[in-house]
Design a protein around this ligand. Structure first.
Ligand code: ACO
Length: 371
């Protein structure tokens, strides 16, 4: 092999996909042809159906899909016990990975790789992820497990199971939008990981668990937790200047900024910023929003105006602010991201299985001389 390879496969087109379109120069993101901004006011069930089935459902299809998702929300006492055995100091993401792995052991369709069985398993994962995360979080706080409320939406039910009280209409809408905005993002590291595993014809649980593992990293979905911690550390808008300038002068990354594909403002970040503003106003406490806006202002001055680099807030920046207002602890943040992203991983696995070719690139050997 000759020539310069782009490090980190930057800008390499690795496969064809009908799921998500990104224009990183213009800041455009579409799921199955629908602009993400317009989708963010739909329900997560509709968007999850769209990603998996390729088109928005009609009313009958949506009712039947939502019913299936709701029926699958409950997890068994055995899974609750497994989540109780987890180390309570870990991130919820690690507990979710363990619980999904256990869930696969109990699924009679585990090794059935037909499209129908994979959709069934996908629906089970989408439905049970919120319950697993909420159960882990409550048990580690020494609280009783709350059973899912089938009358509530995907987002509202998660908040209810987490906190034990019904969320406001705005909180429910904001979390639904969060799940939608987090649902897919083309060939991001976790979707690529999931597809690579699926391409070996391993089962869909293994593929999604691979996605979970990749999402956890701080250069990917783990940045959301890091942004929450950064906002806490900064504490007030007046401290933001020194914090950002320390990062800049030490050549450290500012979490929640920059993107491999977007060379302009991430379109999801715009929607998140508006959601963060709305929920801050409803809470009567603008502090976290104001800190974030100040960080953004300084980052824009330093990165874009002074250095001419296209480093803008990404999906993890204002979503972290939204999570603060929803009272989601930092150690839960990546797992909550994964709840939304599950539909995207499943859509990618289904697409991979439907027209599979083993994903197996090459490496250029640069080791010791060969005899
Ligand atoms: N803070 C400061 N500088 C940055 C940042 C940042 N957040 N992001 C990129 N840069 C700078 C780099 O230092 C580099 O500068 P240089 O050319 O002078 O060396 C240049 O911009 C290019 O950066 P790379 O890291 O090479 O770009 P890459 O495409 O690999 O990075 C990434 C993308 C990993 C997301 C990066 O922007 C980053 O680390 N951001 C912080 C972590 C983060 O928020 N991750 C979430 C991404 S969204 C998601 O995955 C869900």
């Amino acid at each position: 092999m000759e020539g310069n390879m782009p490090r980190g496969l930057e800008n390499i087109i690795a496969l064809e996909s009908e799921i998500t379109f990104i224009d990183g120069e213009q800041g455009i993101l579409k799921y199955r042809g629908h602009d993400v901004q317009s989708l963010s006011s739909h329900s997560y069930d509709e968007v999850s159906y769209l990603l998996i089935n390729g088109r928005l459902p009609d009313k009958f299809e949506l009712d039947s899909y939502s019913k299936k998702l709701k029926q699958e929300r409950v997890i068994g006492d055995d899974a609750i016990a497994i989540l109780k055995f987890c180390n309570f100091n870990i991130e919820a993401m690690d507990a979710l990975r363990t619980a999904v792995s256990y869930m696969s052991h109990c699924d009679p369709e585990l090794n059935d790789n037909s499209a129908e069985a994979n959709v069934n398993k996908g629906i089970r994962m989408i439905a049970k992820f919120p319950t697993m995360v909420a159960v882990f979080s409550r048990q580690r706080r020494g609280l009783d497990v709350i059973q899912p409320d089938l009358s509530l939406s995907h987002g509202a039910n998660f908040l209810y199971m987490l906190k034990g009280s019904k969320p406001t209409d705005l909180e429910s809408r904001v979390l639904e939008s969060d799940f939608i905005l987090s649902a897919d993002h083309e060939l991001n590291p976790s979707a690529f990981t999931a597809r690579t595993i699926a391409s070996t014809l391993s089962d869909i649980y293994s593929s999604v668990i691979g996605g979970l593992c990749a999402l956890k990293g701080p250069l990917h979905g783990g940045a959301r937790m890091a942004v929450m911690e950064m906002i806490d550390e900064i504490g007030s808008p007046e401290n933001a200047e020194r914090y950002v300038m320390d990062k800049v002068s030490n050549k450290q990354k500012l979490m929640g900024f920059g993107h491999r594909v977007y060379k302009t403002y991430d379109p999801r970040a715009r929607v998140y910023k508006q959601l963060a503003r709305e929920i801050a106003i409803e809470s009567g406490n603008m502090l976290w929003f104001d800190i974030a806006e100040k960080i953004e202002e300084i980052a824009y001055r330093e990165f874009v105006e002074n250095k001419g680099k296209p480093i803008y807030p990404n999906v993890d920046f204002y979503s972290a602010v939204v999570y603060k207002y929803l009272d989601i602890p930092p150690k839960l943040a990546t797992a909550v991201f994964a709840i939304g992203r599950s539909s995207g991983w499943i859509a990618h696995c289904l697409e991979q299985y439907s027209d599979n070719r083993l994903i197996r690139p090459r490496a250029k050997y640069v080791g010791p001389d060969l005899d």
